[in-house]
Design a protein around this ligand. Structure first.
Ligand code: HPA
Length: 248
């Protein structure tokens, strides 16, 4: 059977060039979600079509539940981030490996009741190694420079961080900072999905330059290759043995 996979596009990633897509609206228990799709690839705009929803208002549960209802088991997602590790150059995509969650006030779990004594997802391996390997391999094929491994500090937004917050996140081991990984990733793991993340940096974190300066130009140049990398990685891992997170 053809496996259906999904690509979640964040800021700056709105179109799958050259693909014929049709719209579909899914009614989930958490709200309606509209995706664009082919028969076997779902494209979800995290911030809704036309980027109308800010990071702290995204209906993460509806988004992930919609993918689940469409039969998706594997997701590749993109994130625009700020670099807070000086070694993490702007516009060099990072295949994420771990996260710190500083988000708050968001609906962040499907486990509102503990059924059969289970209600805690194990996030010891947050990002799927099989999908992450495939991203690295596809990027190499396309001659796209990527960095393997990076820790994402997930903040609440919509404000940017203070210099002191950035220094603190750095001390705690974060390499990049963004506003949307959490609760999207843990929700996907709660529903047994595998998830890989590709983050591209468009600025240096607060305090590393006199003001936040967003630089989209470098990313515009690699966007197409990033998309092809993700689509290729999903296609090449169809029915691969990704190990879903354990629910305890
Ligand atoms: N902080 C938080 N989120 C972001 C940033 C940042 O510096 N850049 C892009 N998304």
């Amino acid at each position: 059977m053809t496996e259906i996979t999904a690509l979640i596009g964040g800021t700056g990633i709105y179109a799958l060039a050259g693909m014929e897509l049709r719209s579909e609206t899914i009614k989930t228990p958490y709200g309606e979600v509209t995706v664009e799709r082919t028969d076997d690839l779902i494209f979800l705009h995290r911030h809704a079509p036309r980027h109308s929803v800010p990071p702290h208002k995204v209906n993460y549960r509806a988004n992930i539940k919609a993918l689940d209802m469409l039969g998706v088991k594997r997701i590749c997602a993109t994130f625009a981030v700020g670099s807070i590790n000086p070694d993490f150059e702007l516009a060099v995509p990072v295949i994420l490996s771990d996260f710190l969650d500083y988000s708050s006030g968001r609906e962040h779990s499907f486990f509102d009741r503990i059924d059969a004594g289970k209600g805690h997802v194990d996030v010891s391996v947050p990002f799927c190694p099989v999908l992450s390997d495939a991203l690295e391999a596809e990027a190499a094929k396309l001659n796209l420079k990527v960095r393997r491994g990076g820790v994402y500090a997930s903040t609440n937004g919509p404000r940017f961080e203070t210099p002191a917050e950035i220094r603190a996140y750095r001390k705690f081991g974060a390499d990049v900072v963004g506003m949307t990984l959490c609760p999207e990733l843990p929700l996907a793991l709660e529903l047994g999905m595998s998830y890989a993340g590709l983050a591209f940096s468009i600025n240096w974190g607060a305090g590393m330059t006199p003001n936040i300066e967003l630089q989209h130009a470098g990313v515009d140049e690699i966007k197409d290759k990033m998309l092809r990398t993700m689509i290729g990685a999903l296609a090449n891992t169809k029915n691969a043995d990704c190990i879903p997170a354990t629910i305890l």
